[in-house]
Write a protein that binds this ligand. Structure first.
Ligand code: GRF
Length: 220
């Protein structure tokens, strides 16, 4: 068993990724608890999903702040107050400042609906179609201050079909997002993830032990 890692989820929209994380926490397949859900958008569906699961929510509206830094420091303060260990951006439509990342070094992750480094930024499903890409997918990565540039933790690939619209492709990608985001969080919760430059190294679940043979093998 692993100690449950405390998550702070930041979301601006519908919150289906948040829902996937909630579902895994509730099912016991994710050693995490969501300490707080923060949104910048008072109309975010994520708020309702969190409230339904009994998770504390906070709306910090970026429009009420003159500077990006001030908004970020309000968010950071709320995350610290909730004793958050890992910040999970789940459809959070704000670029976060380096000062934010300094407070949570290698502790902020994001999910992006394309195969990075291709198609960073916005409207990326349409971009993949327009470019003629045969495959697209999704990427969970550490956030490093750039736009969708941080070290990659997990990716999933889906085909781009001839009849795809941005919506049908987005739906196919979203299904994979709901699988890989909880998986990435679980790997981090288990302490198996480390960053070496651009590369993310993931320790295997049961490392070979040259000094002993244990039967039955230790549980994952
Ligand atoms: C997802 O496609 C995610 O990759 C992107 O924003 C979307 C959020 O969807 N960053 P939801 O709010 O989790 O449903």
């Amino acid at each position: 068993m692993f100690k449950r890692i405390r998550l702070g989820v930041l979301a601006s929209g519908g919150g289906t990724n948040l829902q996937a994380i909630i579902d895994h926490c509730q099912a016991g397949s994710l050693a995490a608890e969501i300490a707080v859900v923060i949104t910048n958008n008072p109309g975010a569906g994520a708020l309702e999903r969190a409230a339904k699961a009994g998770i504390p929510t906070l709306c910090i509206n970026h429009r009420e702040f003159a500077r990006r830094e001030d908004f970020d420091s309000a968010v950071v303060g709320a995350l610290q107050e909730a004793h958050v260990e890992l910040v999970v951006l789940a459809g959070f439509m704000r670029i976060i400042t380096p000062a934010f990342i300094e407070v949570f070094p290698e502790r902020v992750i994001n999910i992006h609906p394309a195969l990075l480094p291709s198609f960073p930024g916005m409207h990326v499903q349409q971009q993949a179609i327009d470019y003629g890409a045969r495959f697209s997918g999704c990427t969970v990565h550490f956030v490093d201050g750039g736009v969708d540039t941080g070290p990659i933790i997990i990716q999933a690939v889906v085909p781009v079909l001839p009849e795809d619209t941005a919506d049908t492709l987005a739906a196919r990608i979203l299904e994979q997002e709901h699988l890989i985001y909880p998986r990435a969080i679980q790997l981090i919760a288990e302490g198996r993830v480390r960053v070496e430059g651009r590369r993310v190294i993931i320790r295997p679940a049961c490392p070979a032990d040259p000094t002993a043979l244990v039967n039955p093998a230790a549980e994952d």
